[in-house]
Design a protein around this ligand. Structure first.
Ligand code: NAP
Length: 485
């Protein structure tokens, strides 16, 4: 299979926070991979911008180290690396002051697409938007890429939307959720809307329920201060899991264009039922055999009541999904790292094979990480003699192996999304009203557990999470599928 690269016009990309963790691990290595794929034209310029003074050659050394460490799967050809580093500039700039702004304005080309990536703390998003505008860089061809978290609740998200809207049109604002840049997420749309096979079955008549799991093995690490104010609900459910839920549940858009897709996603969020208190389980991980600290030790607050795990049941109240619950769960320090959507089909209405053949139902598993791919469990006869015994076998589509160009990993979510920004394609980015609707659903859930004074249940590190999450399923005569790498 031949890798197809869609060329883009020359552009300027300014990375605010160009020396930060995200730039080092994802943005610079991702750009290098696109450079190696021949997608970045020779004239394009990449400008790192951060508060600390660095010379251009220091910044290039920083980028080279980052690329050597993190450009997964891309053989680091030293010639290609030198050519990539040649594109890099660096400007010391203060998002809240005057330092560096005139220099930056002098470096961006007047007649090009210019993208400003806000890879800094969220408190600086408004300052950056304002100063880009003030220094005459918010031209029609300008666009801004805004990292998460986008707000802390509905009021702060609205305020941030209003601040950005004072300087940029909605069509220039790219709110990034890197889950949407994953190969499988786009394939989910291709599978749903490019085939006749699934869509007729994609409703409450045939789907018993849907499980969306995003499990991590890591703890809060160095993000403790931020995380303890957010928790799993704000950090994961309001954005990543919500986006996955939208793509699974949305109606077919009339066209694969940004507003048509986002209109349909918005309808899903607005159709979500409020979550009943007894349909939510919150957890907090405990220490692990001296190997890892407990959540409370990691965030340095022995009384913290922030959740590092959440499981909940919700419904999309519309004609397609009435009666089909959607279960979401996410947590840190779980047994395996795994992001997967399981669409659990109903049992056949009548088994002609009798009791001993067992109950079998089809499952469509959409794996986002690791090992991106889609598996359909189908029931067949167990091979060999011994009568009619049924077993489930997977029809497997593992994208990296089956569909990727030989010897190449699929593009990382960040590199794909950055090139979408340059091309001006907002399909895989969240619109302002979507983010607000997601907060409007999330806020009362958080307010509810606060007003009831609930504290999260402790769970063992390296486990599946609190036992109450299993009860949530068992009460409905269902079970979570195992969390497997
Ligand atoms: P980080 O490692 O703390 O880096 C912050 C960057 O911002 C540094 O380059 C810093 O430069 C710069 N900076 C700080 N104050 C500044 C100012 N006043 N003016 C100009 N530059 C300033 O943060 P990060 O982890 O890269 O995260 C960046 C953003 O991405 C955050 O919004 C975060 O929530 C989001 N995000 C990060 C990840 C991740 O994996 N890291 C994942 C998802 C989302 P100096 O050191 O010179 O001040």
């Amino acid at each position: 299979m031949v890798s197809r690269v869609i060329p883009v016009d020359p552009f300027d990309l300014v990375i605010f926070g160009g020396t930060g963790d995200l730039a080092r691990r994802k943005i610079l290595p991702g750009l290098f991979r696109r450079h190696c794929a021949g997608q970045i034209p020779d004239e394009a310029a990449i400008i790192g911008a951060a508060r600390t003074q660095h010379s251009r050659s220091e910044y290039r050394s920083f980028a080279a180290e980052a690329i050597r460490e993190f450009a997964n799967g891309q053989p680091c050809d030293e010639g290609a690396l030198a050519a990539f580093l040649d594109r890099l500039q660096y400007v010391a700039i203060d998002a809240r002051g005057t330092q560096g702004w005139a220099e930056l304005a002098g470096q961006v080309h007047p007649d090009r697409v210019r993208a400003f990536y806000f890879s800094v703390g969220p408190a600086l998003f408004g300052d950056l938007a304002e100063r880009i505008h003030l220094h005459g860089m918010a031209t029609d061809d300008a666009r801004i890429v805004v990292e998460k978290p986008f707000g802390h609740d509905l009021a702060s998200a609205r305020a941030l939307n209003a601040t950005l809207a004072a300087h940029f049109q909605e069509g220039q604002i790219y709110r990034i959720d890197h889950y949407l840049g994953k190969e499988t997420v786009q394939n989910l749309m291709a599978i749903r809307f490019g085939n006749m096979l699934f869509e007729p079955l994609w409703n409450s008549q045939y789907v018993d329920h849907i499980q969306i799991t995003v499990a991590e093995t890591v703890g809060v690490g160095g993000r403790g201060e931020y995380y303890d104010k957010a928790g799993a609900m704000r950090d994961m459910v309001q954005n990543h899991l919500m986006q996955l839920l939208c793509l699974i549940a949305m109606e077919p858009p009339a066209k694969f264009d940004p507003d048509a897709v986002r209109d349909e996603k918005l309808k899903v969020i607005r159709a979500l039922d409020p979550v009943e208190p007894h349909h939510i389980v919150r957890g907090q991980y405990e220490a692990q055999d001296g190997a890892h600290p407990s959540y409370r030790d990691a965030v340095g607050d022995p009384r913290s009541s922030t959740e590092s795990y959440i499981a909940l049941k919700t419904h999309v109240s519309n004609w397609r999904w009435a009666g089909t619950p959607i279960y979401l769960r996410t947590g840190k320090r779980l047994v395996a790292r795994s992001s997967v959507i399981n669409v659990m089909f109903k049992d056949a209405p009548h088994s002609i094979f009798g009791q001993e053949a067992g109950r079998h139902a089809n499952v469509l598993s959409i794996r986002l990480q690791p090992n991106e791919g889609i598996t359909l469990l189908v029931t067949i006869k167990e091979p060999g003699p011994g009568g009619m015994r049924l077993v489930d076998v997977p029809l497997d589509m593992t994208f990296a192996k089956a569909l990727g160009p030989e010897g190449e990993d699929p593009p990382d979510a960040y590199e794909r999304l950055i090139m979408d920004v340059i091309r001006g394609n907002q399909t895989l980015f969240m619109r302002g009203d979507e983010v607000e609707a997601a907060w409007a659903w999330t806020d009362p859930i958080i307010a509810g557990w606060k007003s009831r004074g609930e504290v999260p249940k402790p769970y063992e590190s390296g486990s599946n999470g609190p036992g109450d999450a299993d009860l949530l399923m068992q009460r409905d005569r269902r079970a979570w599928r195992g969390i497997k790498p």
